[in-house]
Design a protein around this ligand. Sequence first.
Ligand SMILES: [Zn+2]
Ligand SMILES: [Zn+2]
Length: 274
Amino acid sequence: MTSPAPAPETVAHDDLCPICHLLLYAPVRTECNHLLCASCMAQWADASTLTRITPSSLDMDLSAFDPNYDPTPDLEAGCPMCRTLTAAVPDRKLAGFLEARYPAAYAERRVEEETARGSRVGEDGVQGMMILIGNRHRAERGGDEGPNKHNWTFFVRVSRPDIVKEIRVNLHPTFRPPRVVLTEPPFEVRCLGWGTFTIEAELVLNEPYGWVKDGMGSRSQSLELSWMLDFEGRGKQGRVRAKVKKLDGDADHPIDVDARASPVNLPHMDHQHV
Ligand SMILES: [Zn+2]
Ligand SMILES: [Zn+2]
């Protein structure tokens, strides 16, 4: 005797994600009232806003972020359905409903999300990194008649300092030195100066990690961010949600590494350094 096969789950059209056409998993709802998988929204948002710096309160602290922090709900992106600029909020009630209605399909989606497509930490998967970039500021009185000087500290905070090799900070060319390389946290540059200018920071990852730069899978070891120093009050900061991935270094997808980088330690490469 064989037990009867479980009734196949037919997913109603309304319960399919409009992006991946699979059962909605961990659905998020946009302000324009569209529903899609959290990972589909995140992938879309990454492709459209990867290096956009979103202003955030100076009180926001990176200690709030762990490596598994999922910033999707904080993220504004153009809705893939209607292009409205919107944040997306998890709809946990709907998630519970879908899981109860399609237990097998939902479980299957969970496995899929947690391995291949997941934006959370997966064996080979893409991982999220939160970056806070900004400056603290304090005005310093000049002499009796002299103008005020600005005491500022430029900083970059990352949720994954363990995989950041260095941050190259390009200051105004009049600074000596005009370029500073920070190799460990806290990644900060402190100066006393007269005027504001834009700082270019280049975040370089440890091999074998690379930044995922767009939806096309292009990857690079460095990510460039620009920050205009703010001398208004006590400073300002912004946040960036970036994606990183372990690079396989295969020949079909050469990594954009500068030639001076240290010897690579990848399993499939022959070492020429004897
Ligand atoms: Zn989806
Ligand atoms: Zn929409």
